[in-house]
Design a protein around this ligand. Structure first.
Ligand code: SF4
Length: 369
């Protein structure tokens, strides 16, 4: 391994202590080049996560695209007020869920990932039926379902408390939440990319603590590359890390690169191009340096970044490739047509001298590949 400079050494030691402040994070990212940032993030990764890069064999099911939120950041939703007046919207029946599960079985999925729009017409019983159907048909899979804002929305529209929704999710087979919907916590930015139906950043963090305290762990995310500033990204990471220290429950951190095609933000001309590869790598490196001591798994989502940048990001602090994401539809709505196989993910990892492994939802290794 190449020796590192005294400046790199200083920041590596500070990052390893696990409590970088916002000001320090800003200074670090100003003082170090992208290459230096990646180099110390890579060192920290080998200490915190070793040489293995994991992924899950996951199959995505999106139960409905009708949504009461209409976020400017999203290309997936159909406004709920158009229900009955468009053929673009859908709600999957339990029979359709069963046929999706058959496809998941054929793909040898070990994890089912379920999210959808904020659909006020679906009762709590619908979700319970969906979750029970998953576990009846595929008893050996783990079920990761609903983002934190979805859980909050379902609680509000079904007249349940968040505690009740979580208890009912667990009782019907849900093993983890998906961690999505965090977007960016800074309220000024959040207001430009979501609408009032989606909870505030503060509420997201509060809900996460409650959900984790009730025994339902899950991932954490950020959506970057739209109208945010660099400081908003650093602030988001620090708030997530501190939340995890107060109430553990995040299994990983997954930065989601904003994909603009077909989104209202693109149509309004507010975002004209996606973030470049250098920013993608910088986000992963800072995630490792700010959060790695509290959230060991820094995940690189190849669907958003593209496979080549994703592979490089594994040298910049990443230790996980999320999963195969079979049947993914959210990025697909923005014309990203990325697909993969387990063989390809293993190859991407082996090619950079790391060890690929299939994992379960809880980041336990199922087998080396
Ligand atoms: S991001 Fe989620 S909540 Fe917002 S419009 Fe899309 S599906 Fe609805």
């Amino acid at each position: 391994m190449l020796s590192i400079s005294s400046k790199e050494e200083y920041w590596l030691e500070r990052a390893a202590e696990g409590n970088l402040t916002l000001n320090e994070s800003k200074s670090l990212s100003e003082e170090l080049s992208l290459f230096s940032m990646g180099r110390i993030a890579n060192r920290l990764t080998s200490v915190q996560a070793g040489n293995v890069v994991t992924y899950a064999v996951s199959y995505n099911i999106n139960y409905s695209n009708y949504c009461a939120a209409s976020c400017p950041i999203c290309a997936f939703y159909v406004p709920i007020k158009l229900k009955g007046r468009t053929d673009r919207g859908y709600e999957l029946t339990i029979d359709s869920i069963r046929s999706e599960l058959e496809k998941a079985r054929n793909e040898h999925a070990t994890e089912i990932h379920i999210v959808g729009g904020f659909n006020p017409d679906l009762p709590m019983e619908y979700y319970e039926d969906v979750f029970r159907t998953v576990k009846e048909k595929l008893p050996d899979v783990t079920l990761k379902a609903l983002t934190i804002p979805e859980i909050d929305f379902i609680a509000r529209v079904t007249g349940n408390s968040i505690r009740e929704v979580v208890e009912r999710m667990k009782a019907s087979g849900v093993d983890a939440h998906t961690g999505g919907g965090a977007e960016i916590f800074n309220e000024k930015v959040r207001k430009q990319i979501t609408t009032k139906e989606k909870i505030s950043g503060e509420k997201w963090l509060e809900d996460a603590k409650l959900i984790h305290s009730l025994g339902l762990p899950g991932n954490s995310t950020i959506t970057y590359g739209h109208v945010e500033g660099w400081d908003d990204i650093l602030d988001h990471m620090i708030r997530l890390r501190n939340n995890q220290i107060e109430q553990p429950g995040f299994l990983s951190f997954i930065p989601l690169k904003f994909s603009l095609e077909n989104t209202p933000l693109e149509k309004m001309g507010k975002v004209r191009r996606p973030s470049d590869g250098a920013k993608d790598l910088k986000v992963i490196a800072m995630a490792r340096l700010i959060m790695g001591s509290a959230i060991r798994n820094i995940s690189v989502y190849w669907v958003g970044m593209g496979k080549l940048i994703a592979q490089e990001a594994l040298n910049y602090g990443g230790n996980d490739l999320v999963g195969t994401a079979f049947s993914e539809k959210i990025y697909k709505a923005t014309n990203r047509q990325e697909i993969t196989t387990t063989e390809e993910l293993s190859y991407l990892v082996r090619e950079i001298g790391r060890i690929p492994a299939e994992r379960d939802t809880f980041y336990n290794i199922i087998g080396y590949t």
